[in-house]
Design a protein around this ligand. Structure first.
Ligand code: PLP
Length: 389
């Protein structure tokens, strides 16, 4: 038996494990410190009332012989949810047919699993910095990865370099960790580039619900030409607070590889995935109902208020940053080694953030703060940061 030696090429310690270890050590040495966490990208506000109501109703259905359901008839997701997702896209003028939607337990699984569709000989282009799952899942299958540098010069929303040849392109907009988002024009440049190469874009739209600027598309399919080159991954995690509930979806348009990719993805899922639970799918349907969208929006607005607070304070302190406008993430230039900045913030302000270097080499010298804590804690953290900087 041989183990998959590609795993030897993955960074051993997961970023958030290292953060947790440092915080644990600091807390043990400073038991009275009141630590405020603006680090991990997890939501904190409760599920919307209509989502809870739909969940309770679905659980009751499962407890009654007349309405009990076992395996879902189709691992692609119940029609009621795929219809609701299709209507959700239509609400921002993007036409996606229900049969093009594949429901899952979240964007992370789809991100990791979608690589099964592509030959290991493909060259993969990944932005740097970005959500680490894209890199790690391709390293695990031994693919050649090249990077697209995102830097301060392009406000962390880079254009494609036409000299680079690749087959698979990952894009994340609004981006984790930088909060930067592609304008229509920039995204169109990526779509044209991918179509010219015959490459596929795996587009992660997990933060689309945070978009506020008019010229920032909420879906890659708002861009002309995207249906022949893109797959979109999306999630209820940040839109509706489902990080613990779990539901997401992938859109594979009919035009992609003449419909072959959609068939392959459905085949893969029906072999290796037995469908998202009925209860979760009913809750997700409620989140995308008009009332659900309104209720979930209230939570997003609360996070956006925190993001504005952080962003305004950094502007006042003349600190370069991106994000906040279309994202719960604020990416600031810390001007020193990002782990040293982490230790400084923890020791002097008792505030936890995320060192930029954990997201790629271009993250060195930068630092991520998140808007997911309460308004009061965020305001307190900002006061403390102002004092030490
Ligand atoms: N994609 C991005 C860019 C993320 O930041 C995250 C979670 O933080 C995910 C996907 C994971 O989403 P899910 O909770 O649906 O697995």
């Amino acid at each position: 038996m041989k183990l998959n030696s590609n795993y030897d090429n993955i960074k051993s310690s997961y970023l958030f494990v290292e953060i947790a270890n440092r915080v644990k050590k600091f807390s043990a040495e400073n038991p009275s410190a009141d630590i405020i966490k603006l680090g991990i990208g997890d939501v904190t506000r409760p599920l919307a009332p209509c989502v809870v109501e739909a969940g309770v109703k679905a659980v009751k259905e499962m407890g009654d012989a007349k309405t009990f359901r076992g395996y879902s008839p189709d691992s692609q997701g119940y029609e009621f949810l795929r219809d609701a997702i299709s209507r959700y896209y239509a609400s921002f003028n993007v036409k996606i047919a229900p049969h093009e939607i594949h429901v899952s337990d979240g964007a992370k699984s789809d991100c990791g699993n979608i690589v099964d569709m592509f030959d290991d000989g493909n060259v993969v282009l990944i932005p740097d910095p970005v959500y680490p799952v894209y890199l790690d899942s391709n390293v695990m299958s031994g693919r050649k990865v090249i990077f697209c540098d995102a830097t301060e010069e392009d406000d962390f929303a880079p254009l494609p370099d036409k000299n680079l040849k690749c087959d698979i392109i990952y894009l994340c907009s609004p981006n984790n960790p930088t909060g930067a988002a592609f304008s229509y024009e920039k995204l169109k440049a990526w779509v044209d580039y991918a179509n010219s190469l015959g490459a596929v874009i795996i587009y992660d739209a997990a933060y689309e619900a945070f978009v506020t600027e008019k010229d920032v598309p909420r879906s890659i399919f708002a861009v002309e030409g995207a249906r022949t080159c893109a797959v979109e991954l999306c999630s209820f995690s940040k839109t509706a607070g489902f990080t613990g509930t779990r539901c997401g979806y992938t859109v594979v348009p009919d035009e992609l590889c003449g419909g072959k990719l959609a068939k392959m993805w459905a085949r893969r899922q029906s072999t290796k995935y037995n469908g998202t639970s009925y209860i979760q799918q009913r809750m997700a349907e409620a989140a995308y109902s008009p009332e659900g969208v309104r209720q979930c929006r209230e939570n997003i607005l609360a996070y956006q208020k925190n993001a504005n607070l952080i962003s305004d304070a950094l502007t006042e302190m003349n600190i370069y940053h991106t994000g906040g406008k279309n994202s719960p993430y604020i990416w600031l230039k810390c001007g020193m080694d990002s782990w040293d900045f982490f230790d400084k913030l923890l020791a002097e302000a008792n505030v936890v953030g995320t060192p930029g270097s954990g997201f790629g080499k271009n993250g060195e010298g930068f630092f991520r703060l998140t808007a997911f804590n309460t308004y009061e804690k965020t305001a307190e953290a900002i006061d403390r940061i102002k004092k030490i900087l």
